[in-house]
Design a protein around this ligand. Structure first.
Ligand SMILES: [Zn+2]
Length: 380
């Protein structure tokens, strides 16, 4: 066997063992051998390296299968930390989490409309602050950002809200912190969060729609995010759905974001209730306020049009609605379902399950953690 091939096979086996341990609560070396089909000596040698690297710990003894009770192994969840970042358009949120994705420390910075260079400095400030709080070696930094991202070279090609164009953010952050950095579109991060930690994590195909201030989607096919040839897969927010509609921040008119984003809903409500904020809208939904209910139903209807196309193109059965607008609940979901059912073949509609995400506001942070775990450890 050539040296390179040997190294590759060792790395493959090591990742396989680590993934097997990660996916179990506690597991013995014998059960790892049964699951992975690797030999006991190979497993023992891999496990001892993983223990030295503080990725795995011994965790007591299990039930005896006849002889001596076997030593159990588990992931050393708190021996490493991850930095995760969600670059929203009005606030940047960051967190430290352990290897389970459990968040231990959070930080938020309001962007106050900062763009370009000054927005980049806020990213540095947020991560600087998190780095100061670190209590274990950092495995990597994961960042979800709006816009189109070439995640292979870590460049934000275009993020309209933040005024970034061709920003080599990965190189800038790697030079500053000397830690591996992974960056992807925030809706793509939401999709990997659902695939890794969500209720539909057993599905190998998923579509996650994230409707907040921006609207986007992420598609997981055969357990892998589909980025598209130009990294803009499922960038549905700027598809025109209203002829001669409102001007969009992208420069076009009538984009999906002008009718289905939280900003669009808020702007529409403010035409009747000038001082309305998002809390007002949430309360109005609870009280079945007719004006707000109608605006939310309209937002759901337009999103339903876009989702009908995604379903027909991919024939993926599980569709999850996440983000701030998704948190509006059943009314929004029902209008989406109604519109989808009206626009696709009944046999396809019957097999399609559209549900609301339960990941809450941490969805992009969770996806960013999953991205680091996938690349650094191969456990996902
Ligand atoms: Zn647009």
């Amino acid at each position: 066997m050539k040296k390179a091939t040997k190294q590759q096979s060792r790395r493959h086996n090591s990742r396989l063992v680590l993934r097997t341990i990660y996916q179990s609560d506690k597991i013995s070396r014998a059960d790892i051998a049964r699951t992975t089909k690797l030999t006991r000596p190979t497993i023992s040698s891999i496990v001892s390296v993983l223990i030295d690297k503080k990725l795995v710990v011994e965790a007591g003894r299990g039930v005896s299968g006849g002889g001596k009770r076997p030593l159990l192994l588990q992931i050393a969840h708190d021996a490493h930390q991850l930095i995760t970042v969600d670059l929203g358009s009005h606030e940047f949120r960051g967190a430290l989490s352990n290897l389970n994705g459990d968040i231990t420390i959070r930080r938020t910075i309001l962007t106050n409309g900062d763009k370009a260079e000054s927005a980049l400095h806020l990213v540095f400030k947020l991560i600087d602050d998190l780095v100061e709080q670190v209590s274990a070696p950092i495995l990597g930094i994961g960042i979800g950002t709006p816009g189109v991202v070439n995640q292979e070279i870590g460049v934000i090609r275009q993020a309209v809200n933040l005024g970034w164009q061709d920003l080599p953010i990965r190189d800038l952050l790697t030079a500053r912190y000397n830690i591996p950095v992974y960056i992807a579109n925030d809706s793509h991060m939401a999709a990997i969060a659902e695939y890794t930690f969500g209720e539909q994590r057993d599905s190998s195909n998923l579509i996650v729609i994230k409707a907040s201030r921006g609207v986007g989607a992420g598609i997981v096919i055969n357990g892998r995010l589909y980025y598209g040839d130009g990294y803009g897969a499922a960038e549905i927010g700027h598809v025109v759905v209203v002829e001669d509609g409102e001007t969009c921040r992208c420069g076009n008119a009538g984009c999906l974001e002008t009718v289905s984003s939280s900003t669009a809903i808020l702007d529409n409500v403010r035409q009747s209730v000038p001082d309305a904020d998002w809390a007002y809208i949430m309360a109005a939904v609870e009280e079945n306020d007719p004006l707000v209910s109608q605006l939310i139903a309209d937002a759901g209807k337009y999103l339903g049009i876009a989702i009908a196309h995604l379903i027909s193109n991919f024939n993926i059965h599980n569709i999850i609605i996440a983000g701030r607008v998704g948190a509006l609940g059943q009314l929004f979901l029902q209008s989406i379902r109604q519109e989808v059912n009206r626009r696709i073949l009944p046999s396809i509609a019957a097999d399609t399950h559209i549900s609301l995400s339960t990941a809450g506001t941490d969805i992009v942070l969770l996806g960013s953690a999953a991205m680091v775990l996938q690349h650094e450890l191969g456990v996902i």
